[in-house]
Ligand binder design. Structure first.
Ligand code: AHM
Ligand code: MG
Length: 334
């Protein structure tokens, strides 16, 4: 069997479709290399002294785990010197990280959630890294937080790496979705699935059911109808999965379909949702749409939203197209 490496895939994509400028290819390869280092640290677990909390909090007041901080540092160190980036932003940093003066500045902006699914780190359940790439628009010198505040539809690339039984890198540059598996013996990312497509229909939903009593009526209606099974209005039985790592839940949906929801709820009514728009929802929405699925915040398409701040939160409903459209219709009906 001939094996296609990530590098070969990117070069062929460039040759065939002209989608990937040199600097973007460098950026993706560097992110992939950083994810490899994170995968190695994750695999070491207690043997590498990477488990447990770091004794600090991030800008959203969440306790940081050692691996959150390690993954954040790995991504910054890997990306700051290549000349492809102007700045980075991360779930684990209050404000943007401008590439230091001693390195050349590029045109791209990189956003990431370095270690998503933090509550699963210490229990040996799949976790991941999510990333989103934007272009700095305009030619003004310097870079500021405002440069990052672009709608998700302007992403140049997006992806995630899931650290599970296998480490896998899932990528889009706006021309479909490709999956790569890390070959630990050779240390390379090998293409294992191209042109990923999500089935439009599904019988599987993912939501944290413990919040049911706090949901808004359209979400409650949708889940109630799923739970009613064959005898209910949907006329079919549904299955449920909730890994509590968005990366792992989205990976399942890209693989066999389904719908994932983290909706607004009444626990914190002033927050639109738990997940962050710019480095969680947007990159996942880009991947899901590129695989034929849909991603909304309830009534609107996630990638059309105009962010107003870096760490903005958003309600997320994504996956199999017909299910997402159904829940969107329930929101529009009110
Ligand atoms: P994190 O970025 O702090 O890890 O939080 C995001 C995670 C998602 O991966 C997951 O879908 C969700 O939080 C789980 O939340 P809950 O514990 O409320 O079920
Ligand atoms: Mg996260």
């Amino acid at each position: 069997m001939s094996r296609v490496s990530l590098t070969q895939y990117l070069i062929e994509q460039q040759r065939l479709h002209g989608h990937i400028p040199q600097e973007l290819r460098l950026l993706i390869e560097i992110v992939a290399r950083a994810c490899k280092r994170i995968a190695i640290a994750v695999n070491k677990g207690a043997l590498g002294d990477v488990l447990g909390t770091a004794g600090s909090e991030n800008v959203q007041g969440e306790v940081q785990k050692k691996l959150d901080i390690i993954a954040n540092e790995v991504l910054i160190e890997a990306n700051e010197w290549g000349g492809h980036l102007a700045a980075m932003a991360s779930e684990e940093m209050d404000s943007i990280y401008v590439v230091p003066n001693r390195y050349p500045q590029g045109e791209y902006l990189l956003l990431f959630d370095p270690l998503d699914g933090s509550s699963n780190i210490d229990v040996n359940v799949s976790i991941g890294t999510i990333f989103s790439v934007l272009r700095k628009v305009g030619h003004a010198r310097g870079v500021a937080e405002e440069d990052f505040l672009q709608p998700g539809k302007q992403q140049a690339a997006a992806g995630y790496c899931v650290y599970g039984p296998q480490s896998m890198l899932v990528l889009t540059v706006g021309d479909g979705v490709a999956m790569f598996t890390l070959d630990r013996e050779t240390g390379s990312w090998v293409l294992t699935q191209d042109e990923v497509k999500i089935p439009a229909d599904t019988k599987e939903f993912a939501i944290n059911m413990s919040n049911m009593r706090h949901w808004a009526p359209p979400v409650k209606r949708y889940i109630d109808e799923c739970l009613a099974g064959e005898e209910g209005p949907r006329g079919k039985n549904f299955n449920m999965r909730w890994i509590a790592s968005m990366v792992a839940d989205v990976h399942r949906i890209l693989t066999r379909g389904g719908i994932f929801m983290y909706p607004w709820d009444q626990r914190e009514p002033d927050k639109p949702g738990k997940l962050r728009l710019m480095y969680e929802a947007n990159p996942m929405a880009f991947l899901i749409e590129q695989a034929g699925g849909a991603a909304v915040n309830g009534s609107e398409r996630i990638m059309d939203l105009h962010p107003t701040k870096l760490h903005e939160r958003v309600a997320v409903m994504l996956g199999s197209k017909n299910e997402v459209e159904r829940i969107q219709a329930y929101h529009r009906e009110g």
